[in-house]
Design a protein around this ligand. Structure first.
Ligand SMILES: [Ca+2]
Length: 219
């Protein structure tokens, strides 16, 4: 339950949207209509209008089989499933899990891609929660491919998750948007960085609560 008194003031400066847990069994003396209003106030960030999440299904709550809705994966259904839903989540009911499996004699990595993200600058912030199990020199990989209105790539940015995370950890990056960029393609994957350049079975990346928002230029 929230402490008594007014809700804490929140601004666009908040790095991570606040998520309040709403407990079942609310006090019986709260009228149903007021309870509904209260729930709405608690679950919609105060600055939501300025901070529309441009990622579809960023909470990884919707799956069709092993496929997270709104994302493309490297799964070969029924043959090599390296992307799937997991109940080990940061929020909600599920998260997405990327693994490495031995398929057809080679180590095959999980990857998820969301394209045609309508972006707006001048500055954006990507935030998500993750857990990372590393084997060998394997790391997590984040790539963003900026495209102009004609669909041509004008800039590619990448980031790597280097540290093992046994509990959900927040990743946050603020970056400028190229002036001519109209859309972006976002990719999360597992990447081998060892000398043999081979991924290892057992490397695993869990991702949840992903947001991509436009922020003010001076933030
Ligand atoms: Ca979730």
């Amino acid at each position: 339950m929230l402490p008594p008194g007014p809700l804490p003031a929140r601004t666009i400066l908040d790095p991570v949207p606040q998520v309040y847990t709403v407990h079942k069994g609310a006090p019986m003396n709260i009228p149903r209509c007021c309870l509904a209003l209260l729930l709405a106030l608690l679950t919609v960030p105060a600055s939501a209008q300025q901070r529309v999440n441009l990622i579809r299904n960023g909470g990884f709550e919707q799956f069709k089989g092993d496929e997270p809705v709104g994302w493309e994966t490297t799964n070969i259904p029924g043959v090599c499933v390296v992307v799937s839903s997991t109940p080990r989540k940061a929020a909600g009911s599920s998260a997405v899990e990327l693994t490495v499996k031995n398929c057809f004699g080679s180590h095959f990595p999980g990857m998820i891609t969301q394209g045609n993200i309508k972006i707006a600058g001048p500055t954006m912030r990507l935030t998500f929660s993750y857990e990372l199990t590393r084997v060998g020199q394997d790391v997590g990989y984040i790539g963003m491919d900026f495209r102009n209105a004609e669909g041509s790539t004008i800039r590619m940015c990448e980031e790597r998750l280097l540290n093992e995370a046994t509990t959900y950890t927040t990743f946050s990056a603020t970056f400028p948007v190229p002036a001519d960029a109209a859309t972006a393609e976002l990719k999360l994957a597992l990447l081998a960085t060892g000398k043999d350049e081979t991924l290892h079975v057992g490397t695993k990346l869990l991702v949840d609560e992903m947001t991509l928002v436009t922020v003010s230029e001076n933030r």
